[in-house]
Design a protein around this ligand. Structure first.
Ligand code: MD3
Ligand code: FE
Length: 216
């Protein structure tokens, strides 16, 4: 018989509600990290991080890649999802089972059962990198939630409203945190403040964010 009253891994797992249908599940990804890093490495071998071009011709500060049936792409022609990696001209690497299990576990805990992601956008931030306020509206329908997994060094997430000019709330995201958004919060403006210099024991001086979406 074991008693979990003083289980040290119990405390860091809390659910914080930041909107009517938006939650941060603190530490939710921690039990998955060891199983998730080897398939992540394999994906990065096949589809390395790259800096895409915005439709306006600017190089994005965030480097990205994708896995899953669909991947998010930006180039001079616009933002969209597509089945092929434009660099390799091959399909994006498949979604590893452990990625799907984590996304489903988190979405269910946040009250969105039956989430079936077909796309995982993988963002890499180095110190100084930011992501300006934007809405995610390239997905075909907005009924499914988005699940975001933070790995590596910490970031400050900006959670805005439905207008770009609405005030933003700052939410710290650390290694292992999972954010889940859907419903009325799905189209909120959001962004990431410039990353502070830091070093993570597993991932070094970077933050990797996995965002799971139903895009197609
Ligand atoms: C909040 N990524 O890739 S988490 C993105 O940490 C993106 O890399 C950030 O925004 C990152 O598009 C933020 C994901 C996220 C996605 C959609 C949202 C947060 C959201 C929609 C509404 C509110
Ligand atoms: Fe976004």
């Amino acid at each position: 018989m074991t008693f979990d009253l003083f289980d040290p891994i119990d405390e860091p797992r809390r659910t914080e509600q930041i909107g009517d249908a938006a939650f941060v599940l603190r530490g939710c990804a921690l039990p998955y990290v060891a199983a998730l890093l080897p398939p992540l490495e394999a994906i990065l071998q096949q589809a390395p991080f790259r800096h895409m071009m915005t439709p306006g011709g600017l190089r994005m500060g965030v480097a990205l890649t994708n896995c899953g049936a669909l991947g998010w792409i930006s180039d001079r022609r616009g933002y969209r999802y597509g089945p092929m990696d434009p660099d390799s001209e091959q399909p994006w690497p498949a979604l590893p089972d452990v990625f799907i299990r984590l996304a489903q576990d988190a979405s269910e805990q946040a009250g969105f059962p039956g989430f079936a992601p077909d796309a995982c956008l993988i963002n890499r931030y180095e110190p100084g990198t930011r992501l300006t306020l934007h809405q995610d509206k390239n997905e075909k329908d907005f009924a499914a939630p988005i699940v975001s997994v933070s790995l590596g060094i910490p970031a400050v997430f900006l959670f805005g409203g439905h207008e770009r000019s609405d005030r933003t709330e700052r939410v710290s995201l650390v290694h292992g945190d999972v954010a889940v958004w859907g419903g009325v919060d799905r189209l909120r403006y959001h962004g990431i403040m410039p990353l502070k210099h830091a070093d993570h024991p597993l991932l070094g001086a970077q933050r990797i964010n996995l965002t799971f979406r139903h895009a197609g």
